[in-house]
Design a protein around this ligand. Structure first.
Ligand code: BGC
Length: 758
């Protein structure tokens, strides 16, 4: 791919990454700070405020200038009073907007074009929760790199991704957009994504700027209800929510996005302690913070600001640098400075950060650097689909496989493929689909037919799931009454050798604003499943969904269950690869699956409580009406082969500050098929200055083993690994006993003990 841009690249001189090494932002552009100052010094206050404003490209920029509605916005573009636009999506449109700005404005500062490129631009990859289930960080980086290439082919040079909000609540619709419940795993993904989008040089026209979002706490919305209040203390904030953001900042994420929620009463967008003090000062991060959509003005309904001007004052003091489509900075900043309520130094700080990123992206050398009509013709979309298929199959998690029902034999007799999602070409594209075309995914029916052209594959929908028109903003209507297809489905199932039931969630059941109080099968799906089960028990249940679901009945009765999430463009082909054994499933859950929605928030890294367990009486921490614990735990996933773990050994039972110890464990593929295993390392700090989780993921390694092969996996144990945010409000390791646990998922673990001393 790099050759595509050779002509443009040859314009770039200098070596990579010299500036701002300390903060991680990497660019081959030299002397950035001096250049930033030289521009800042000649800017008027109005122009500075303009840089802090981002407009939605809600009008046709390629058409004639409109006299109504957007005229004012277009005039501001011409005056150089817009720093960025979002949702401007083509080479023609970005070029037009950039030209309006560059050819008419006094100051000629290039604008940057942002977009939600969440799991692919045109080629759609698995939704982030699914992709995390691959535990394959090379895959996570690769899909981001491809998304970047396809974005720049349309003039987009900044993505609002990765979303690295740790979330433990399956009710929250946006859980599909993140990496699940674990801060360590989410941090690894954060780094992979930043590297994938940004490469090692922000000025490389093959790359786009990344955004770590939503800073911070958004994934902890009370009751799993989107935008809701977040009530957590410092311990949880620093130990669970912030580590992925620190990792993204260290990896050099060019931008951060703040969040809609309040955190302990303060809107994140207005939080000086989070943005100015922690991120910018303590962590020394040099990029800029964009608000979430209108989140500055939303401080008014939060009851935190009187009006837009007041909201602008709070946000700029807190360190929010750019106002996304909120109108607050435009309404208030100039006036606030004139009245002496906001020190111009704060404006300068924000603008300096925005200019820094623009310089580092090479935009001052060439404002049209990322706008090149030729590129699109050269993007290898076909090749990207192959990668999408490979990443999709790596993301599939085998949850149950009784009597080795899977893999299915290619010579199986009649296969009945049943369910509302079985031939659905749209839902696998998922929510936040960027320019992924509607109905463009390979369905399960198509995937199976592609690979079994001579088999008898009979499809029946059974029941409909989502009905009517569906879109990002519209509420989804679920079919609760129409059962007309059930009879045919049952008939087809009756004499089938095997039934592949494809059930789950519509694409628009998860995503922003899609929180649910129920997380079982919506509509008539469970009823359909039970009717089919009554005539044929040989069922492989394939789940297509964006969140952990409540699957108790299925887990008890259905012999084989495959978690296939929303896998993107190549979904059906990837699913067929796994069902037919062409790919041996290797995914592991990045979130706990509950037995009942009432267990939510459910997560493996909980704290022990003072009353963890008792067989004698009821006064301990549990639910009395269900079996406690998850249905499928974090880190869980089966394979068509089996792995045996030998006893782990530790090079030394004591670790002293500054030294390292090695934990080794030999893993053997004890089955007769080649397979991949994610070897997982957890630890528990037994006694500490604050109560610590019963286990926390601290390392993992994805290995591939031939049948019969053994590999020894080694984890280096260092003081850093033992650190947490202590009662002293510092990251440090405390002396004492640690249990190190290693194994195949968060529940099947073997333990060794380590003593740490300073
Ligand atoms: C979402 C952000 C997104 C933004 C721009 C907001 O509603 O919360 O994650 O980046 O819209 O589309």
């Amino acid at each position: 791919m790099r050759k595509l841009f050779l002509s443009t690249l040859s314009l770039v001189v200098g070596t990579i990454g010299l500036h701002a090494q300390e903060t991680g932002l990497k660019s081959s552009v030299k002397n950035v700070e001096a250049k930033v100052d030289s521009v800042l010094n000649i800017m008027t206050l109005e122009e500075k405020v303009g840089q802090m404003i981002q407009y939605n490209g809600s009008w046709d920029l390629t058409g004639p200038a409109s006299e109504t509605g957007n005229k004012q916005k277009e005039d501001r573009l011409k005056k150089g009073l817009v720093g960025s636009m979002l949702n401007v999506l083509s080479v023609e449109a970005t070029e037009k907007a950039q030209k309006l700005n560059m050819e008419n404005s006094r100051i000629k500062i290039p604008i940057i074009f942002g977009y939600d490129v969440i799991h692919g631009y045109k080629t759609i990859f698995p939704v982030p929760l699914a992709e995390t289930a691959s535990w394959d960080m090379e895959a996570a980086e690769e899909s981001a790199r491809i998304a970047a290439l396809e974005s720049v082919a349309e003039g987009v040079n900044w993505t609002f991704s990765p979303m690295i909000d740790v979330s433990r609540d399956a009710r929250w619709g946006r859980i599909m957009e993140g990496s699940g419940e674990d801060p360590y795993l989410t941090s690894q993904v954060a780094v992979a994504k930043v590297n994938g989008y940004q490469g090692d040089d922000l000025a490389d026209p093959n790359t786009i700027a990344a955004t770590a979002k939503h800073f911070a706490g958004y994934g902890f919305a009370e009751g799993g209800k989107d935008y809701n209040t977040v009530n957590i203390g410092k311990n949880e904030l620093h130990n669970v929510i912030l580590p992925p953001f620190k990792a993204a900042a260290d990896a050099g994420a060019a931008t951060f996005m703040n969040a809609f929620n309040t955190l302990d009463g303060i809107p994140a967008t207005g939080s000086e302690s989070l943005q100015r003090e922690l991120l910018k000062t303590e962590w020394g991060w040099d990029g800029f913070i964009v608000s979430d959509w209108g989140s500055i003005s939303e401080m008014i309904p939060h009851g935190f600001a009187r009006d837009k001007v007041h909201a602008a004052e709070i946000a700029v003091k807190a360190g929010s640098d750019m106002d996304m489509e909120g109108g607050a900075y435009q309404a208030g900043l100039e006036q606030l400075v004139a009245e002496g309520k906001v020190d111009e130094k704060l404006i300068n700080d924000a603008v300096r950060r925005i200019l820094r990123v623009k310089f580092m992206m090479g935009l001052f050398d060439d404002p049209y650097r990322y706008i090149n009509a030729e590129v699109k013709n050269e993007v290898p979309y076909e090749q990207h689909l192959e990668t999408a298929r490979d990443i999709a199959r790596k993301s599939i998690v085998l949850l149950k496989n009784e009597n080795d029902l899977l893999p299915m034999s290619a010579s199986a007799g009649k296969i009945a493929v049943i369910g509302p999602l079985a031939n659905d070409k749209d839902t696998p594209i998922g929510n936040w689909r960027a320019q992924g075309e509607a109905n463009s995914a390979v369905s399960v029916v198509e995937g199976l037919k592609n690979q079994l052209p001579d088999s008898e594959i009979v499809y029946s929908e059974g029941v409909k799931l989502g009905m009517g028109e569906r879109s990002f903003l519209m509420p989804l209507e679920i079919n609760k009454t129409d059962t007309t297809g059930v009879g045919e489905a049952v008939m087809n199932a009756r004499d089938a050798e095997v039934v592949v039931m494809v059930l789950g969630e519509d694409a628009f059941q998860s995503g922003e604003g899609r929180s649910q109080a129920n997380i079982g099968f919506a509509g008539l799906q469970l009823e359909l499943l039970k009717k089919v089960y009554a005539v044929n028990k040989n069922i492989v249940l394939v789940l297509i969904n964006g969140r952990p679901m409540e699957l108790s009945w299925s887990a008890e009765h259905i012999p084989a269950i495959v978690e296939a999430w929303q896998l993107g463009s190549e979904s059906g082909n990837a699913i067929a690869d796994v069902l037919l054994g062409k790919y041996n499933p290797s995914g592991k859950l990045p979130v706990s699956f509950p037995r009942a929605v009432g267990q939510e928030p459910l997560y493996y890294n909980y704290k022990n409580t003072g009353r963890p367990y008792s067989e004698q009486h009821v006064t301990y921490s549990h639910y009395t009406d269900i079996e406690n614990g998850p249905l499928f735990p974090f880190g869980y996933g089966l394979s068509y082969t089996t792995f045996d773990y030998a006893k782990p050994t530790l090079s030394s039972a004591t670790l002293t500050s500054g030294e390292t110890a090695t934990l080794s464990v030999a893993v053997t593929n004890s089955g007769d098929t080649k397979g991949k295993e994610v070897v997982q390392l957890y630890l528990r700090d037994m006694v500490a200055s604050t109560s610590r989780p019963v286990k926390e993921l601290k390392g993992f390694e994805l290995i591939e083993l031939e049948a019969g092969e053994t590999k020894t996996v080694e984890f280096e144990i260092s003081e850093e690994m033992l650190q947490f945010y202590t009662a002293n409000e510092k990251w440090e390791a405390e002396e004492g006993e640690f249990r190190l646990m290693v194994g195949t998922n968060s529940e099947e673990l073997q333990t060794v003990t380590l003593n740490f001393q300073k």
